[in-house]
Structure formats: C-alpha cells, structure tokens
Write a protein that binds this ligand. Structure first.
Ligand code: FUC
Length: 809
C-alpha cells in the first residue's frame, strides 16, 4: 500500500487518502457505560454528546460550548498596581508571607474566581423490554466520527448511531431495527440544574413537548459569584418517524412500532462574544432545523463524514507489528493488557483519538477546547472546566501543528485576541504596565485578572506562553500572513513583559516579581502549611517567588520571537532595541546541587520532589532553548530533573514527560511514560484523567508526544525518527507536518527508515537528519544534496515539489 502510495505521488497523482476505517480506528466494548466516565464522545467543536449505549434506558448527555455560568463581567480592580512596589520590596527582602498576603489583599481580581462551564442536559430514551439484550456491542469509529450501539432483543437486531455534524450544526441519532415496526421508545429531554447552588435559584429550565414531533428545553444559566447568569439557551429534539406512530406529551415523546426513527437535535444560546449575549437562541434553533428539514439521514451522515474525514485522514499512523489479535479485544481490556503486553497499535489508536478529540472540540469559529474539551456533565466541574493556562490550554494545542490540524488552532488565536483586548486594562490597573496580561486561568468571559488566590493567580506570563503557541503556527506554516496577523498581539506581550521586568537586587538579573513556578512549593526554610486569606483554606505551602526559571525561558523565547517578527516585518525598531537590551539581562538557566535544572533563582529543593508540573523544563519542550545539541549541559540537567520527578503526577504530567523524553531522544523512556499514562491515568474510553477528573490535555499532550517521537523540526532541521522505541520497530506514517511548511511521510522497518517523502510548500534550504539517507529524488530525477554531517543532508526544496529520500543499509 505504501509502495503504491509513493508510486502515485511520484507520478504527481492526487494524494491518495489512507485506507479508510480499518478496524484499528475503533474503540469498542461489550457492555454499556455504567457511568459518564465510560461513555463515548462525539463533537463538532461546539455541540458535544457523551453516549452511554444502554439498551433499555439510554442516556445521551449533551453540551453546548457557550453555556457557562454568569455573563459578561469585568473583574479588574482599578489602581491595584499601586501595591506592587511594596509587594516587591517584601518579596526581595525575604518576607514572602508578607508579599503573598499583600498580593491577596490588593492585586486579585474581583470576584477572585471565575465562571464555570455548564452541562446542557440529557436526552433519555426508554426502550420497553430491552432489559435483556444479547450480542451487545458499542463502538466509536474515529474515522467515521459515529458512535454506534447494537444488540439483539428477541431475535431482532437494534442499531443506534449518533454523530455531531459540523456542516449542519446538529446532533443526529438514528434508531433502527432489522424487523419492520420494531422501534418503540419514549424520549425525554431533561435539563440540568446546579444542585449545589440550587439555593441561589438563579438557573432554571423548562421542558416542553411541542406537537407534532418535538421536545424542547429552554433555560438560563446560573448567577455565580455575584455575576448575573445571562446565557439563555434552547435545545430542540425533532423526531422523524418512519412507519408507526408518534405521540407528544407534556414533556415526553413516544414512538410506537416505527421501522426507524431519526432524532435531530439543535441547541443554541444567546452568546455572540465575550461582551455580547444578545443572540436569539429560539431563532437560531429554528434556522438550523429549517436548513436540515428536507435532508435525509443518509445525506446528513454523508456530509458529516466527508467533512470530518477531510481533517481526520490527513494523518495515517501504523506502529509496530503489534499483537495479531489486538483489534479483536475490546478497548477496555486492551488498555488493561497494555500494562504488560507490547501493543503499539493501541498507541496508534490513542494518537488518532487525540486528533479526533481536537477535531471534535475546536473548529474555526468555535471556542477553544477547554479542560474537558466540550464534554462535561457536571455543573460544578473540576477546576470549572475552564481554560487553565499554566499547562493545560497550551498543551491542548500542541498536537495541532504536527498532527496536520493547524486550522483548528483558530479558536486559540481568537481567544488570545480577546484576552489581549480585555487584558490591556488588567495590565494597566494591576501591573501599571502597557501591553496586555493574562494570568493563570480564563473563562468564556475572558477574565484576565489574578484568580483563585496568590498561590495560582500571581503568575503574569500566561499570555506570553499562549503567544509562543501562536508563533509555532507561523513557524510551521512559514507564511508571512500568519505573522502579520499575530504581530500586534506579540508586540503587546513584549511591551507588557518589558514594562514589568525588574532588577533582582541580589544578583542584578531582570526578573518577574511577583510570580510562581506553577504550582510548585520552594523549600525555603520555614515554607510550609499556612491558612490562606483569599482562598479561605489551609494550603500546603507558599509558591510566590521572583524570576522562576520557566518565566525566564518563556520571556527569552517570546522576546526572540518578537525581535525576529519585528525585524522580518520592518517594524518597531525602538521596542526591538529595548527587547535586545533586556534579553541578555534575564536570569539565566542554572544547574542546581543535584545536577538538576534549577526551578527557582535560589537552589531550593522542592517540598514535593515529584511535583506534577515540569515548569523548569519548559525551555526543552514545548520551548526550544535547550537541546542535547545546542546546550548539552542543560539537557543533561533536564534529564536529572525528569528522574527526580518520577513517572507519576496527573494525566497531563505523564504526557509532558513523554514529550520531554522525546526531545532528549529517549524513545524508550518516552514509551514508558505513555504506557504509564494509559494504564495509570486513563479511563476505559481512552480519555485521560487528572485526579478524578476527565481532562483532554493529556490525550492531546500524548498525541503531540507520539509525533515528537517520530518527527522533530525545532532548531531549523527536520529529524526523522528521533526517538523511536524498539517496540515500534516497524511502521509508517503519512501526513505529519514539520516547521517551514513541510509534510512528511515515512516508512521504517527494524528501526531503520526505508522510505521518506517531504513535500514543500515554500522554497527553502532544508536540513534533514536521518540515519542512512543516501539519495534524494523528485519526479524520478536525482536532486543534488550536501552531506552536512554523517547523518544529516541538506538540499534546496522548491515549493510544491515532493522529495523522496532513499536510504542505504
Ligand atoms: C493546574 C494543575 C492541576 C489541574 C488544573 C486544571 O492547576 O496543576 O493539576 O490540571 O490545572
């Protein structure tokens, strides 16, 4: 197949799509989900559903991504920057408790916390007599983006299919049977109300049956923290019945003896943007339904699958020879077996599940993927299911570029534009600075002030981290238009950082103050449990510090990007000069007494040596400033830090460690991290866990780490198979992307490349590191190349040309 593929590519034929829907792209189970954490997700970026797959009483839990508590609000506390000089004085004099408390009293936003992402409701389907089903199977087809349930009752085979369509913006459910007149059920669309806060009595909903064939849910979001709940929503379920009859009651819908039924769900809110909730949900719902009114189930499904596959089929991955019967084992059992058996195919499935989740939770025009993507059944979700910036949100977007889904980053760029707008007031009032700031979290309403408490909120580089994500988008595309678009945001971030950097009086370096090395506790003498005024809770220790290593790495990278961008575009020479002068004065990376990469300015031990955050390693990954080639000593120190941190943490920590190991070219250690993630911090539906909470970050972070094991392109060269573990000895990948506008296909056997192809979108010299590379050709003709080192070659790539690399033993 791969040979055929290359033959076609060489002849200039259209790129063939990789083989469709092989069984290895399905998650499947022999039993229904007992709880939400086992249900299967479908999503179109905006509308999500979790499918339990029960036979007699099916639950399909629904989400619409703009249903949040509260409404537009401004948490800025004017003039709070006035406390900064005193906070800094306390901090630099060593009175960290004093600095922490003063920050808590003066610099926090009001309210201190942010709004919550809310569930929409549950579609309950009751099938009388379906209690005792046999030959049960439920599955999620990642390639087709359809969840399917099938079983037999009294000799009749029942099938349900569900998908969330992006082209039509509706969720569609098909219920059918292999015997005419066999489909009978009752449906109810139940709203969700926050039980814990029901005493507020501010969220409400109404459930109505609307003749001749509709169930309707209308409601309003809850007030929260004194912010009025201003999201209004409507969801309609329309039943199209083939044969049989339908009866709509006060709030249920009963279908009797139909041949098949299609349920079409439209759900909308009044949300227009973070400052505007003047939309009309009822009008939006009826527009959506009107557009699909005459389209058959097959037409809706065909359009949905074509759109999904346009994204999904850009990458095809096969890893290792694998276990011959792997696909015949249900996914939950396969995960269990993975602890002790090599099953590379399961990681290929996991890789594609990550891409599936990103496609399902982030599309141009939607909100970005939040902590849970768009899938949340809890009105008091863990960490509010919002956008946590000190690892989780950036990690969600790590796989987008390598995984050939770059356009799906558009919602992140939009979020950054909006927090830059909201965050300029925060920069001015909370930091006395120009430009814009985002702290550790944000929500639908783009709150940008310090939140939760000084331990978390006192961290001014959230915006800078997200900017580095956007800059990667430009590095991968290589298109100046991408740079021009983000330039004002980048400039605003450089302006802010240059305004807030101060001189550390002890060492003379430029540092951030106050800040923290995300959420880790430095072991300075006396740091330990204390009662925090702001969060009103006993905390393990204080985090506040000046100039943590990660801040400095992020700022060095951001200023370098700003200088490069401004120079490329010929703009802002004064600010460039300022950035150039400041950059070398930033506190440098330091190696501590254990040989580790030091986390803070002082060589303090961590109170929790195995803390989940890997902050001081940011410069290795996702950053670019540390590598075994460019800075061997720091890379070795990073490896010491990784050893000291251990394998565990919570889901995303495993994924980050896998990526870090890949950047150190240690495929074996990276694979061990992935094995630990799958067997110790994942659910049977392959979602990753953070503590007890389902979070998508580790799914997406591991997807990115798998790509880093196969292909890297930082430091101006493309590395093929830089961290391939022995277990993945043979395999192939089609469609991974590398910086500079390249797409890469590779085939390998016994750990050695046998074929590779690079497709260029721009004219540029490319350096490729690949063992044994001995030939380059294009269109059957040899291409001249230069041997840069034993395993590096370089050649001039022309836009639109496919280059085939040959390898010798
Ligand atoms: C950060 C992490 C937690 C969790 C939360 C959403 O605060 O330290 O582990 O992922 O974000």
């Amino acid at each position: 197949m791969i040979v055929l593929l290359f033959a076609q590519l060489m002849l200039g034929a259209p790129v063939p799509r990789p083989a469709p829907a092989a069984p290895d792209l399905r998650l499947w189970y022999r039993q229904p989900a007992e709880q939400w954490n086992q249900a299967l997700p479908v999503g179109n970026g905006r509308l999500g559903a979790m499918v339990f797959g029960r036979t007699a009483r099916e639950t399909i839990q629904l989400n619409e991504e703009t249903l949040w508590s509260g409404g537009p609000y401004d948490p800025v506390v004017p003039g709070s920057y006035r406390a900064l000089p005193e906070i800094r004085k306390l901090l630099f004099s060593g009175d960290i408790p004093g600095a922490h408390d003063l920050f808590g009293r003066t610099m926090m936003g009001h309210p201190y916390e942010q709004m919550k992402y809310q569930p929409l409701g549950n579609l309950q389907l009751t099938f009388p007599g379906h209690e005792n089903a046999t030959d049960y199977r439920r599955e999620l087809d990642l390639d087709g983006a359809v969840a399917r349930v099938e079983y037999t009752v009294d000799g009749t085979r029942f099938v349900r299919e569900i998908f969330s369509s992006a082209p039509d913006q509706v969720i569609v459910i098909r219920i059918s049977a292999n015997r005419p007149g066999a489909v009978s059920f009752t449906a109810a669309l139940e709203g969700d109300r926050n039980q814990a806060h029901s005493n507020y009595g501010t969220d409400y909903f109404q459930m109505d049956g609307v003749a001749p064939n509709t169930l309707r849910l209308t409601g309003k979001s809850s007030d929260y923290l004194g912010i009025e709940g201003r999201v209004r929503y409507q969801a309609d379920v329309v039943a199209r019945v083939e044969g049989g009859s339908i009866e709509v009651g006060r709030r249920t819908l009963t279908v009797s003896h139909a041949d098949a039924v299609t349920l079409v769900i439209a759900a909308e809110t009044n949300f227009i943007n973070y400052r505007d909730v003047s939309g009309n949900p009822a009008a939006r719902v009826s527009q959506r339904l009107e557009r699909v009114r005459t389209r058959s189930y097959t037409e809706l499904k065909t359009a949905h699958q074509a759109e999904h596959r346009d994204w999904f089929r850009r990458v095809a991955l096969r890893l290792g020879a694998g276990i011959p019967d792997a696909d015949s084992l249900p996914t939950d059992l396969r995960i269990k077996r993975f602890a002790t058996a090599a099953d590379p195919g399961l990681l290929a499935l996991y890789y594609q599940f990550g891409r599936y989740l990103l496609i399902g939770s982030s599309r141009p025009g939607t909100e970005p993927a939040n902590l849970q993507g768009i899938w949340n059944d809890n009105s008091n979700p863990w960490w509010d299911s919002k956008y946590t910036v000190n690892i989780n949100l950036p990690m969600n977007y790590w796989p987008a570029e390598t995984g050939n889904l770059a356009e799906l980053e558009a919602p992140l760029e939009k979020l950054v534009e909006e927090v830059a707008e909201a965050g300029s007031e925060t920069a001015r009032e909370h930091w006395g600075a120009r430009g814009w700031v985002l702290h550790q979290n944000t929500d639908l309403w783009r709150s940008t002030t310090p939140m939760d408490g000084p331990s978390w909120g006192a961290w001014p580089v959230g915006g800078a981290w997200l900017m580095t994500n956007l800059y990667e988008h430009y590095r991968f595309s290589g298109k100046e238009a991408d740079l021009v678009r983000i330039y004002p945001l980048l400039r605003g971030q450089a302006r802010f950082l240059l305004d807030i950097l101060v001189v550390d009086p002890k060492r003379g370096w430029l540092v951030t103050a106050p800040s923290n090395s995300p959420e880790n506790f430095p072991g300075w003498p006396g740091n330990g449990p204390f009662f925090d005024e702001v969060s009103g809770s006993e905390l393990e220790a204080r985090t506040m510090t000046a100039g943590p290593t990660m801040d400095m790495q992020i700022i060095r990278e951001l200023l370098a990007e700003f200088i490069e961008a401004a120079t490329t575009l010929g703009r802002d020479s004064t600010l460039v000069a300022e950035a150039r002068a400041a950059r070398p004065r930033l506190a440098p990376n330091q190696i501590g007494k254990h040989g580790q990469l030091q986390e803070w300015l002082d060589d303090w031990d961590e109170i929790e040596p195995d803390h989940r955050h890997l902050s001081p390693l940011w410069g290795l990954y996702p950053g670019h400033e540390i590598s075994p080639e460019s800075s061997a000593a720091f890379a070795a120190a990073a490896a010491v830090t990784l050893e000291r941190r251990g394998t565990g943490g919570c889901g995303w920590s495993y994924a980050w460690k896998a990526g870090l190991r890949a950047r150190l070219y240690d495929g074996t250690a990276a694979l061990e991290q992935l094995r630990a993630l799958l067997t110790r911090s994942s659910l049977p539906n392959l979602f990753s866990l953070c503590g007890k909470a389902l979070q998508v970050d580790a799914n997406l972070g591991a997807t990115s780490a798998i790509a880093e094991m196969l292909l890297q392109s930082q430091e101006a060269e493309i590395r093929l198979l830089p961290a391939l573990p022995a277990e993945w000895g043979s395999g192939s990948v089609v469609g991974l992307r590398a910086r500079g506008g390249f797409t890469v296909d590779m085939t390998w056997a016994d750990g050695r490349l046998t074929e590779a192809e690079l497709r260029a979108t721009q004219r540029r010299r490319v350096v490729v590191q690949a063992k044994g590379a001995s030939r380059v050709s294009a269109g059957g003709k040899r291409v001249a190349f230069e041997r840069v080192s034993a395993d590096r070659i370089a050649f001039l790539a022309e836009a639109g040309v496919r280059y085939r690399l040959g390898f010798s033993e």
